[in-house]
Design a protein around this ligand. Structure first.
Ligand code: DXP
Length: 256
């Protein structure tokens, strides 16, 4: 079970709702993924005006926890404003804090992310900051009291997978809150690796919405995340440089 603040979930897959070719494919992919948390950019929807295009129009939103994100924010102030707007519209108080510091890589601004998280915690939000894979920043966010850390595997939408598994494993090792690997996942193997490293969940969007068959990919991601988690719990064997026979013959009578 994945526990984030006062929320509990069976699924460890968090799905982004953007960039699907059409709303029916989006709905089917979401259903097949069995994700319980759906994230969306508040800035891309007019959440107060029902006449405006609604990214979630084909989805029975009562079945999901909607996780608004502050995508598009460049400063802590903007992120806080977006989060408050989402809360005022009746969404739950959980928010993914995303403050972009570089528009080419879409990597987060660590200073503004920290400031926004601090402010939103004071306001009583359940705070999930999207961060780079910086171990010290993750620790500082944790010390502030955030409810989960969301380090990127690689740049958003890049599909490069986990570029620095060592940093991710350092973050996971010292974590006292759930670690959800967010952004850059390209295929099921990347998602499984994140889980095998000990992540508590994976948030992804492009790998599913941009796949040739998004519905099939949603299923593959679901299975990969489950398999990775079970593999982590089962305990992987240690890596060794030399061979060890799979069928030891020491102490046994051997047929000539
Ligand atoms: C939807 C969302 O929150 C994205 O900003 C997220 O980081 C996913 O990134 P990918 O599209 O690379 O999976």
């Amino acid at each position: 079970m994945l526990k984030i603040g006062s929320f509990s979930f069976q699924s460890r897959l968090l799905l982004g709702t953007g960039k699907f070719s059409d709303y029916d494919v989006q709905r089917q992919a979401i259903e097949v993924s069995e994700a319980e948390i759906l994230t969306f950019a508040v800035r891309r929807m007019d959440i107060f005006d029902a006449s405006q295009p609604n990214l979630l129009e084909k989805i029975d939103v009562t079945k999901y926890t909607l996780l608004p994100n502050t995508a598009g924010a460049k400063t802590a102030e903007e992120a806080v404003r977006i989060a408050k707007l989402a809360k005022a519209s009746g969404l739950c108080d959980m928010v993914k804090v995303e403050v972009i510091g570089d528009w080419k890589t879409l990597l987060p601004d660590p200073v503004e992310t920290l400031k926004a998280s601090e402010e939103l915690l004071k306001e009583g939000f359940t705070v999930l900051p999207y961060t780079s894979d910086d171990v010290v920043l993750a620790r500082k966010l944790q010390e502030l009291g955030v409810h989960a850390i969301m380090p990127g595997a690689s740049p958003i939408g890049s599909g490069l997978g986990i570029v620095n598994p060592l940093n991710l494993s350092f973050i996971i090792e010292q974590a006292t809150v759930p670690v959800i690997v967010d952004a850059g996942i390209g295929g099921p193997a990347d998602a499984a690796l994140a889980m095998e490293l000990g992540a508590d969940g994976v948030l992804l969007n492009t790998a599913v919405s941009g796949a040739k068959d998004p519905v099939k990919m949603a299923e593959a991601m679901k299975l990969a995340i489950e398999a990775g988690r079970i593999g982590y719990e089962a305990g992987r064997i240690a890596r060794k440089r030399y061979a060890t026979a799979s069928s030891p013959i020491e102490g046994m009578s051997v047929l000539e």
